[in-house]
Design a protein around this ligand. Structure first.
Ligand code: NAD
Ligand code: UDP
Length: 344
């Protein structure tokens, strides 16, 4: 059986780390990315880390002809589909852009996969599909609802995948619902490289630590949590990458179709914003000035996964600690204060 995988969005933050994990697990990879939120320097560095060139095609998932050329040239076992836009705030301002890219783009990809009879898909979904959870930890059968266009685009794709699995039982469709990916490769060569001022907590903390930003605003200290600040399930991107390998290995071992199979990728543990800031400050030795401000619209108090399904079905569980997440984020940020613009 072919071990070749198409990785859409493979130049991005999670995709680049997953390319390394796939290579180490013996998969051949072809990366397809339009570089709308990434740099070809990430591909260069992944090539260097794995010691061989990566087959990279610059292309858009909405471009069916371009996808057909790729599927004609390669016999794929499956697709890991990272390609998508992910900024919640931007999605509120530009909903059509998000639905076009994330939903229409995925439909085009699924159509071309169908044409070439490639029926194995691992899709980047998100804990955001659970909205404000009624119970914690969140398991895969929890109610889904979203309040912003980014989340809706993920939930809509999940609904499309569910319908597709019903329409034709030969599909194997695994949406992996990521909790809060943070950290970077232990080499310090690849990591998260936001284009602008970061929206997410860990890159913001890292940029304060390295002196690019003056101070962290902590959005709310009156939540019903351990210290009043938001609680999240932070997961090291290397563990997350291994979760994708585990999902593919699982699909390779199946003798019958799995249909639509959503799986959480989280650690199962909640950490508060202040706890994360404290851990980061300790491992980096840097002062992280912060102030409490109003809650951010749309934020929830607490969110952490039940990671039982991933463990029982895929034999996967997260291994790396909060300290390791902070250490690796700091190594990446301090070695590359300007991200991929710093050539090393
Ligand atoms: P990222 O922006 O670093 O990576 C996404 C990649 O997809 C980028 O390289 C971008 O250039 C590419 N891309 C976007 N639109 C494309 C298109 N139309 N055609 C081809 N390539 C396209 O983001 P990431 O953090 O690596 O996230 C990967 C996936 O995981 C995304 O779908 C995201 O929504 C999802 N996700 C991310 C998080 C997170 O916190 N990082 C959490 C949950 C889910
Ligand atoms: N957060 C914060 N300041 C920031 C960014 C985030 O206090 O500059 C908080 C946010 O309110 C939430 C947590 O950090 O409680 C994680 O936010 P992030 O945007 O990283 O991920 P989310 O869980 O919202 O997807």
């Amino acid at each position: 059986m072919t071990k070749k995988i198409l990785v859409t969005g493979g130049a991005g933050y999670i995709g680049s780390h997953t390319c390394i994990a796939l290579h180490e697990a013996g998969y051949d990879i072809v990366v397809y990315d339009n570089l709308s939120n990434s740099s070809s320097e990430a591909i260069n560095r992944v090539s260097r880390l794995i010691g061989q060139p990566i087959e990279f095609i610059e292309g858009d998932i909405r471009d069916a002809e371009s996808l057909r050329q790729v599927f004609s040239a390669h016999k794929f076992f499956g697709v890991i589909h990272f390609a998508g836009l992910k900024a919640v705030g931007e999605s509120v301002a530009k909903p059509l852009k998000y639905y076009d890219n994330n939903v229409s783009g995925t439909i085009t990809l699924l159509e071309v996969m169908s044409e070439y009879d490639v029926k194995n898909l691992v899709f980047s979904s998100s804990a955001t599909v659970y909205g404000d959870p009624e119970t914690l930890p969140i398991d895969e059968s929890s109610k889904r609802s979203c309040t912003n266009p980014y989340g809706q685009s993920k939930l809509t794709v999940e609904h499309i995948l569910e319908d597709l699995a019903v329409s034709n039982t030969s599909w194997n469709l695994i949406p992996l619902r990521y909790f809060n990916p943070v950290g970077a490769h232990s080499s310090g060569q690849i990591g998260e490289d936001p284009n602008d001022i970061p929206n997410n907590l860990m890159p913001y903390i890292s940029q304060v630590a390295v002196g690019k930003l003056a101070k962290l605003n902590i959005f709310g200290n009156d939540y019903p949590t351990v210290d009043g600040t938001g609680v999240r399930d932070f997961i090291h991107v290397t563990d997350l990458a291994q979760g994708h390998v585990a999902a593919l290995n699982y699909l390779k071992d199946q003798s019958s179709s799995v249909g639509f199979l959503p799986i959480n990728l989280g650690t199962g543990k909640g950490t508060s914003v202040v706890e994360l800031v404290t851990a980061f400050s300790k491992v980096s030795g840097q002062d992280i000035p912060y102030q409490f401000t109003d809650r951010r619209a749309g934020d929830i108090a607490s969110c952490y996964a039940s990671a039982d399904k991933a463990k029982s079905l895929l034999g996967w569980q997260a291994k790396l600690s909060i300290n390791e997440m902070c250490q690796d984020s700091w190594r990446w940020q301090s070695m590359n204060p300007n991200g991929y613009k710093d050539k090393v």
